[in-house]
Design a protein around this ligand. Structure first.
Ligand code: ZN
Length: 252
């Protein structure tokens, strides 16, 4: 099932499910008890919001060998995790705003895992039970500030630096999916999720050994090689085969 959050006529966003190009309201808690109304509102008539409201946005650095190499880094021995603030979230179609503090803002195309139930000290063997579904993400990064600060909070945390969506697919098989990033139609990144250093189950186990994962929390699973600069007026499209496309314009 594809899950969205959507607005009609400027109302507060609500959860819905998608059947072909029609949306039906979901009443209740998407992570618990809910009922689905008939899917009859055309997708073209709604504004999609980010598909869930995470309490935590976890990210994994250097999780593809070729990407670690292109920035001159070693592949870590254990997952390298960091966080982005929920205030950085934007939806599909919303503008990425280039901040004046940076001269080098870059895209990072990523598979994103959505957590479906509370978990602490989850084992890799049981990790799949905690996955609600998958979505597409852009871990936008001020590369110059990432290098100069050492800590990544500022470089990764600007408003509009976390795009994910347009929906969550609860049935998606993420084991071998092609992730691509195009800027103004030109291919920048392409790799399979099969090439991750640490797979999704390992990441969930590792992160939940540190902090409790809550329903709606999301994990950006790292970006393949080919990260590159975004300029005012660019359009960045991230696609995951079989999952969908996330598109954002870039503005100053
Ligand atoms: Zn990233």
């Amino acid at each position: 099932m594809k899950i969205v959050r959507y607005q009609t006529n400027g109302d507060a966003p609500k959860h819905g499910w998608m059947l072909d190009d029609k949306i039906g309201e979901i009443q209740g808690n998407i992570f618990g008890e809910y009922r689905r109304r008939e899917a009859k509102t055309p997708l073209a008539e709604v504004k999609l919001a980010a598909p869930c409201l995470p309490s935590k946005i976890l990210c994994v650095g250097r999780n593809y060998v070729e990407h670690a190499k292109e920035l001159g880094n070693e592949v870590p021995k254990v997952p390298l995790i960091f966080m982005k603030p929920p205030s950085s979230i934007i939806a599909n179609g919303e503008n990425i705003i280039l901040p004046p503090q940076s001269k080098q803002v870059e895209h990072e195309a990523e598979l994103v895992v959505v957590i479906g139930k509370r978990g602490r000290n989850v084992t890799p063997e049981t990790a799949k039970e905690y996955i609600f579904g998958y979505t597409i993400g852009n871990d936008i990064t001020a590369r110059d500030l990432q290098k100069s600060d050492g800590q990544w909070t500022r470089a990764k945390g600007f408003d509009t630096f976390c795009s994910f969506g347009p929906w969550i697919d609860t049935e998606f098989d993420a084991s071998d999916a092609v992730v691509t990033c195009r800027v103004n139609g030109q291919m920048r990144q392409m790799a399979s999720t099969r090439d991750m250093v640490f797979n999704v189950s390992t990441l969930i186990a590792y992160i939940s050994s540190v902090m409790t994962l809550e329903p709606g929390d999301i994990i950006f699973t790292g970006t393949p090689a080919g990260v590159g600069e975004l300029k005012n007026g660019d359009v960045v499209d991230i696609e995951i085969e079989g999952l969908g496309k996330l598109s954002n314009p870039v503005k100053i």
